[in-house]
Write a protein that binds this ligand. Structure first.
Ligand SMILES: Nc1ncnc2c1ncn2[C@@H]1O[C@H](COP(=O)(O)OP(=O)(O)OP(=O)(O)O)[C@@H](O)[C@H]1O
Ligand SMILES: [Mg+2]
Length: 277
């Protein structure tokens, strides 16, 4: 390997990985506006997401990033605008429909069952795929027995993928924060999503935990072909792993493009300096 090859390998881990292919637009948000009473969380936001890409949403606190994810998976219904997902147009998503259509997510504040084991938490990620109820599965009897085995197998694959075999029986509440975040990613992956929404997956992590999480996110994207929409405050991480970045500030879109474009955008620089980031 000469210096040139080493230099290429060190930069832009995403762009140079072998099997990646960015496809057509699969999700398009058009003129989305969302208000809570007098608070305008989102104002006339438009952007799209292409199949197979890592798409970041960034912006200062309160910019509307989480609200945007909540619009995409149907938790919030915008007053204006439309959403087109795989060619189907709608004013608003419904969360269960979004899940059935292959959209999974993690939350800014970890949303897991703290008293339940890692394994059982991951099983809850299979709910949209289950024909028999979750509790029949957990009790392990009835007509769902064979189906249960198939779900367990999928969950075991996720456990191997995320390297969490050693904690599979541990109650989630006893795990350190970084591992809880990884389990939450696992719960989302157990649903076999085509579109994965991650709300600050690395917040509160130390450097090593962030590196691990980055690697898992890139592996999910690369090896499973999963499209990823990611909110993250760590600019180093965002610029390193994203194909395109959309920037929100006070509910408005102030930038959109590849990392280099966004980094050079004067409005973006101003918003970040102004907000003390
Ligand atoms: N359910 C809600 N009810 C009322 N106001 C809300 C609600 N959700 C969000 N907001 C408001 O909408 C605005 C955008 O909030 P949002 O959580 O989307 O920002 P964010 O970019 O994710 O911020 P952060 O980086 O702090 O997570 C804020 O002013 C917030 O107070
Ligand atoms: Mg948020």
């Amino acid at each position: 390997m000469n210096m040139n090859e080493i230099a290429q390998g060190a930069g832009g881990a995403v762009a140079e990985s072998a099997g990646r292919k960015i496809g057509d637009v699969i999700l398009s948000l058009e003129h989305i506006s969302l208000a809570f009473g007098g608070v305008k969380a989102l104002t006339d936001i438009s952007f799209d997401v292409r199949e197979g890409e890592v798409r970041a949403i960034i912006g200062p606190n309160g910019a509307g990033k989480s609200s945007m994810l909540n619009v995409i998976n149907g938790v919030y219904h915008p007053q204006q605008g439309r959403i087109v997902f795989h060619g189907k147009e709608r004013r608003a998503m419904e969360p269960h429909k979004a899940a059935r259509q292959g959209i999974a997510r993690t939350f800014q504040n970890i949303a897991l069952f703290k008293g339940m084991s890692v394994l059982d938490n991951l099983m809850t990620g299979r709910v949209t795929k289950m024909h028999h109820g979750l509790f029949a599965h957990m009790l392990g009897f009835g007509p769902g027995r064979r189906e249960e085995l198939a779900h367990r197998q999928k969950v075991e694959e996720v456990i191997d993928f995320l390297e969490i075999q050693h904690i599979r029986k541990t109650p989630v509440g006893r795990l350190p924060y970084g591992l809880q975040k990884r389990v939450e990613l696992g719960r989302a992956l157990a649903a076999e999503p085509s579109l994965l929404l991650l709300d600050e997956p690395m917040a509160g992590m130390n450097v090593e935990e962030k590196e691990d999480m980055c690697r898992f996110i890139l592996d999910v994207n690369d090896q499973m072909g999963t499209t990823i929409v990611l909110i993250e405050h760590d600019m180093g991480v965002v610029m390193d792993i994203s194909d395109r970045v959309v920037v929100l500030d006070y509910g408005k879109k102030i930038g959109d493009g590849v990392p280099d474009e966004v980094k050079a955008n004067p409005d973006v620089i101003k918003a970040y300096l102004g907000a003390g980031h």
